[in-house]
Write a protein of this length. Structure first.
Lengths: 444, 313
């Protein structure tokens, strides 16, 4: 009896399976038909796929900007896909482009474009089409515009520059007596002066003068290192097939200065990025070296915060920076109508990038930066001069934000910062690693 | 294990002996339906396993990159480069180091847990469940748990240590400790599987053996060393075999907990393959490294096979 039940159940399920398959087939057929209908009718907005890597506060701001652009343009609808920052994002974008079916538009760090453009993973922008929407080369700061080019063609349209800067706690600064007449932090011009100022702040906070977390993050170590290195007026060149061109003394001096900061008085000996940010946000230090994108966090913490570029300690003003830039991933079949929509969308976003400035970034589009509304944004206006002194990563297929190269930097330099290795040894090891990469065949 | 395998093999040959008498290649009804059942698997096997393996060999002989550049044949240049690549050797060394220091506790702790349970604790199901439950978690979940517990400032482990007067340890940030921290997390996560195999084997040991031994005056320890452990021999071989192969594949936990750091001290070879191929674009070169790794796994498997066979003969 039991066996019979089982048998009947099986029969039933087989019948159900057949009818299920038939149903599925008809649903598919219907979907295909309606898909055709959708393409034929002009009223439906065109779907634009857009990948980016902006999460947290940046992501919310970007979503609001996308929503605004979608509302203003009934012809198309931009659908964003947010992927995790760093290697996960760039791996997927590269693979999608190599496969020929990437999204219509994506955001890349300008420093990663040299790894993408020569290999044909992205298409150049048509400047005349961009000009139709009122966006021209004159609308960008020279350093940013220069960065957008590869072999004379424009491969990326920058939305912003986001330099590595210094936040400071105005209460702590005032109590430490390190405030200048204009209410901003006094100017320091040498490593010694900076350390003296940090020690004054430490007396106020009783914890640390400066917050800078770096453990386990090559990107973070690189940002401060490259700022200090470029302040020496030194250059760094990476040419495949040749050893790295670098001012070794400047590099070692920068590393030694960084290591000397982590003495548990000026700054904590060890800590990761979030530990550093948390320390500054609860008022246990006077200064924080960080990317501009942490501004919303500080405002939310209700901290009396102001900001400036990192003090010029070695003579030449410089600030490590990168740009979030729009790129056109190469598609096998380009839909011209959609591509025109992308130009319209990008120009709309650029013109509305004042709200992007609220997230801390410096808009790349100059009419916004020069507007009264931007100048009224404090502390953004206090570090907008950074756009004139920004330094992007040296160009190579393996460099840039979130690249393996920055991980190699951490591999070799972290022990220097922790006081376990000599700066010269750490740098030599990193240089050797870099030269190995340069000696290998260029895959792009 | 080997005894049960041979038993299965002999019984299989008995039942198939009428079929082998038939002319080979004749398409009987049962033969057709047999192939019919096997086809879906065979198609997937060929398309997703055999073909990629062959294509990978071809790729390792080219300069293929993710961007499609340098697609030409370059012979064994990738292999030559890999053998001279210090980072490859280092990551391969990390994988082997992890395999050694994880396999030993994963076998011994599992054995101890199974032995404890087999003594006859009350609420057996509860112990079984709690020992095995971590095994069911996703690697991401385990990594998150342990990343928080290992946190040098806020973590549970350092907090407990400091309460009993032991100085804080930078678990995942100290090159000398990080690999051990990952082994501890892996131990907690996967020991349940080995434990279950051991427990099943222990419960299969006939009770009469113990009864006879106790009549002869053997105590609990003597029984453990003279009955339980020898009887577990085949199971131990199987567990070690499975464990070595699983440990060689280490990637998830490391990638999620330290991303290979600090200073590359935990980067396993699988991560190096991933980095060279997907973030470094050099697919051909990463294919070459993966075949070197494949060779190593084959070597380990053959060695284990030889040892196992000698034992069972």
């Amino acid at each position: 009896m039991k066996q019979f039940d089982f048998f009947e159940a099986r029969q039933l399920s087989r019948r159900r399976l057949l009818s299920g398959t038939a149903a599925l087939g008809s649903v598919l057929a219907a979907a295909t038909l309606s898909g055709c209908g959708g393409n034929a009718s002009a009223a439906a907005p065109r779907d634009i796929q857009f990948w980016h890597l902006l999460s947290g506060g940046d992501g919310i701001k970007m979503q609001a900007m996308i929503d605004a652009a979608n509302k203003a343009n009934p012809d198309f609808k931009v659908h964003p896909t947010v992927l995790a920052w760093g290697p996960p994002y760039y791996t997927k974008l590269a693979m999608a482009s190599a496969g020929g079916r990437p999204p219509e538009m994506a955001i890349m760090h300008a420093s990663r474009v040299p790894g993408y453009a020569p290999g044909g993973l992205i298409d150049p922008w048509d400047l005349s089409l961009l000009a139709e929407h009122g966006v021209t080369a004159a609308d960008f700061a020279p350093r940013i515009w220069q960065k957008s080019q590869q072999n004379g063609k424009v491969f990326s349209i920058a939305l912003d520059s986001h330099p590595f800067i210094m936040f400071y706690n105005t209460d702590v600064a005032r109590k430490a007596g390190v405030v200048a007449g204009n209410g901003q932090l006094q100017e320091v011009k040498s490593p010694q002066e900076f350390m003296a100022m940090a020690k004054e702040m430490q007396k106020v906070t009783q914890a640390h003068g400066l917050s800078f977390g770096y453990l386990g993050s090559g990107s973070q170590m690189w940002r401060l290192f490259y700022t200090l290195y470029k302040q020496h007026g030194a250059d760094m060149e990476l040419t495949p097939g040749q050893p790295m061109k670098v001012d070794r003394d400047a590099a070692v001096e920068s590393l030694e200065f960084m290591a000397s900061l982590f003495d548990d008085t000026i700054a904590a000996k060890s800590g990761d990025i979030s530990t550093g940010i948390a320390e500054f946000a609860r008022g246990s230090s006077g200064m924080l070296f960080s990317g501009v994108w942490e501004l919303p966090t500080m405002k939310k913490a209700g901290l009396p915060v102001d900001a400036a570029t990192i003090p010029t300690l070695y003579g030449t003003p410089a600030a490590y920076a990168d740009s979030h830039s729009f790129v056109l991933p190469r598609q096998l079949n380009v839909d011209e109508a959609k591509r025109r929509d992308v130009y319209k969308f990008v120009s709309d976003i650029l013109k509305g990038s004042l709200s992007w400035a609220e997230a801390g970034h410096i808009p790349a589009y100059q009419p916004v930066v020069q507007s009264q509304a931007y100048k009224a944004l404090i502390p953004q206006a206090h570090y907008s001069n950074a756009a004139d002194v920004i330094a992007y990563d040296p160009e190579a297929w393996f460099s840039g934000s979130g690249s393996d190269w920055q991980t190699y930097f951490a591999d070799n330099v972290q022990n220097v910062l922790l006081g376990r290795d000599k700066a010269a040894d750490g740098w030599a090891a990193f240089e050797k690693r870099t030269n190995t990469l340069l000696s290998r065949p260029n895959p792009v | 294990m080997s005894s049960s395998l041979t038993a299965r093999r002999s019984s299989g040959s008995q039942s198939s002996s009428p079929a082998t008498r038939r002319r080979p290649g004749s398409l009987t009804r049962s033969n057709i339906s047999g192939w019919g059942f096997a086809t879906p698997f065979l198609v997937f096997f060929l398309v997703f396993l055999v073909w990629p393996v062959l294509y990978g060999v071809y790729m390792s002989l080219t300069g293929k990159s993710l961007t499609g550049a340098n697609d030409s044949m370059i012979g064994f240049a990738n292999y030559a480069e890999a053998f001279a690549d210090a980072d490859m050797w280092r990551s391969l060394g990390n994988t082997l180091y992890f395999t050694v220091i994880s396999t030993v506790p994963l076998v011994l702790v599992a054995l101890a847990m199974a032995a404890l349970l087999n003594v006859g604790l009350p609420a057996q199901w509860l112990w079984r469940l709690s020992y095995f439950a971590p095994y069911l978690l996703a690697s991401t979940v385990v990594s998150l748990f342990f990343t928080w517990m290992y946190n040098p400032q806020l973590g549970l482990i350092n907090d407990s240590l400091s309460k009993i007067g032991i100085p804080k340890v930078a678990w995942l940030n100290d090159p000398n400790v990080a690999m051990w921290a990952i082994v501890i997390a892996t131990l907690w996560w996967t020991v349940g599987f080995n434990f279950l195999l051991y427990l099943a084997a222990m419960q299969n040991i006939p009770h009469q053996h113990y009864e006879a031994a106790s009549l002869d005056g053997a105590g609990a320890w003597r029984q453990l060393f003279s009955i339980t452990l020898p009887q577990l021999g085949p199971t131990t071989v199987m567990i070690v075999l499975l464990q070595v192969l699983a440990s060689l594949k280490i990637f998830d936990q490391v990638y999620q907990m330290t991303a290979g750091g600090p200073g590359g001290s935990t980067r396993p070879v699988v991560q190096y393959i991933f980095e060279t191929g997907f973030t470094g674009y050099r697919l051909g070169y990463s294919a070459a490294i993966s075949y070197i790794f494949f060779g190593l796994i084959v070597l380990v498997s053959v060695m284990q096979f030889v040892i196992t066979r000698r034992r069972s003969v």
